[in-house]
Structure formats: C-alpha cells, structure tokens
Write a protein that binds this ligand. Sequence first.
Ligand SMILES: NC(=O)c1ccc[n+]([C@@H]2O[C@H](COP(=O)([O-])OP(=O)(O)OC[C@H]3O[C@@H](n4cnc5c(N)ncnc54)[C@H](OP(=O)(O)O)[C@@H]3O)[C@@H](O)[C@H]2O)c1
Length: 225
Amino acid sequence: MNVDSAWYKYKASRLQDNSILPFPYLSFFVKPKPLTSIFTIDYKNPMAANPLVLILGAGPRIGASVAEKFASNGYKVAVASRSGSGTKTANGFLSLKADFTKPDSIPALFDAVKTEFHTSPSVVVYNAAALTNPPDKDSIFSLSAKSVALDLNVNTISPYVAAQQAVSGWETLPEETKKTFIYTGNILNVFIVPMPPMLDLGMGKSASAFWIGLADVTYSARGFR
Ligand SMILES: NC(=O)c1ccc[n+]([C@@H]2O[C@H](COP(=O)([O-])OP(=O)(O)OC[C@H]3O[C@@H](n4cnc5c(N)ncnc54)[C@H](OP(=O)(O)O)[C@@H]3O)[C@@H](O)[C@H]2O)c1
C-alpha cells in the first residue's frame, strides 16, 4: 500500500462518523488551485515555447499522470526516482536515477537536466514522499531518530534543496517565462491524524507546507510561484 492510501482508506471509513473528525470538511477548503495557468504557453517566445518540467519522484500514480499532462501541454519532461534509467523513456522523457534520502545529490540532477536540455526547468514538481511505520503502532516514539531523519530528508530537506536549485535556474530564464515549484502535499499539514503510523509523513508534509508558504509569500512578487 502506498504511503497515503492508508490514511485515505481510514478517512473514508470514518466519514460516516463526523464526531471523530474535528474539521470533517476541511479538505474541501484546502483543494489546490487548478494548474491551467501553468499550461498557458507563450508561443511568441521561443524559450517559452519549449518549456521544461522536472518531476522529482515520478512513480506510476500521481507522478506518471503529471508527467503525461505536462507532455500533452507541450512540455519537455525529465523525471527522477530511484528506478531512473539514466536514458530517455519510450515516451521521450529523460529518466534520471536519484535517491532523495540524500539531499546533497539534488544539485547534480539539475546539472544533468541542464546538460541534456540546455535550459533550466521552468516548472519543478517535487512528488516523492517517505513514511516509516513506528514498530509499536500505538507509540509514535517507537520510531528511531535515524528513520525520522531519513524520511524528513525525503519529505522536507530534499524538496527544499530542489526549490533552491529551481530558483537559481529561474534567474537564467526569460522574465516572461512562467516559473512554478509544486510540492505534492496531503492533508497532514492541516489535520492531525490520530494514527501513529502517519507520524513522519505528517512531520515532513507539515514542515514543507511552512517553507513553501513562506517562499510563495516572499517570491510571488517576482513571478515565482
Ligand atoms: N497516492 C495517494 O493516495 C496520495 C494521496 C495524497 C497525497 N499523495 C502524495 O502524492 C505524492 C505521490 O504519491 P504517489 O503514491 O502518487 O506516488 P507516485 O507518483 O506513483 O510515485 C512517487 C515516486 O517517488 C519515488 N520515490 C520515493 N522515495 C524516493 C526516494 N527516496 N528517492 C527517489 N525517489 C523516490 C518512487 O519511485 P522509485 O521507487 O523509483 O524511487 C515513487 O514511485 C506523494 O508526495 C504523496 O504524499 C498521494
């Protein structure tokens, strides 16, 4: 079962009983805005006509769908995950091998993308997530600090480094190019799930929600979202 399915199954099973959910309809208020504006391509601008998206953590579910969606809107696509091949995929995506438990490895990915496409990605999607269940399912403190740290690397530190790299690359792109960093979240930053197994996923999503919110507030005036 993937990292978030357990929570959604649990939520669905308890939706009949609103008394256990302090904010039962909160998810309706935190629905992400549609991505339509990102896909508006300026064909008069040669650089903007060949936009590039880098998807960090592209698996068979959200990652694959997002990659296809960008490709169908004219984007060149690079994807990265542990099972990356180091070559182009059948649908022409650059597939890179990456391990996001190691934030130091992120800059080399951006370098590889730039070498291949001769430009920086205008859109970066950080989609990977990590969750380790505490050995004692009733105690959040049964999880080792080492496991917490490794998963925080995946959920918070690596996307932070990726955002640093994205912003650095955007400085080299034309002003009119739309520049967007997307972090795939879930409900855990707005809702404390009474399930110890969700511990370190929630820690990571919450910490990332904070720095992403702060980045948006401080960079949106420059057109960086
Ligand atoms: N699926 C859901 O129900 C759901 C619900 C709410 C939110 N989300 C969020 O959506 C995002 C994507 O979830 P998904 O289930 O749809 O996954 P997905 O897009 O199918 O795949 C994500 C990919 O990330 C890669 N990855 C994971 N850990 C990595 C690491 N340490 N280093 C490099 N790559 C890594 C994995 O590929 P490799 O194995 O090849 O490394 C994995 O297949 C997550 O952030 C998740 O929290 C999912």
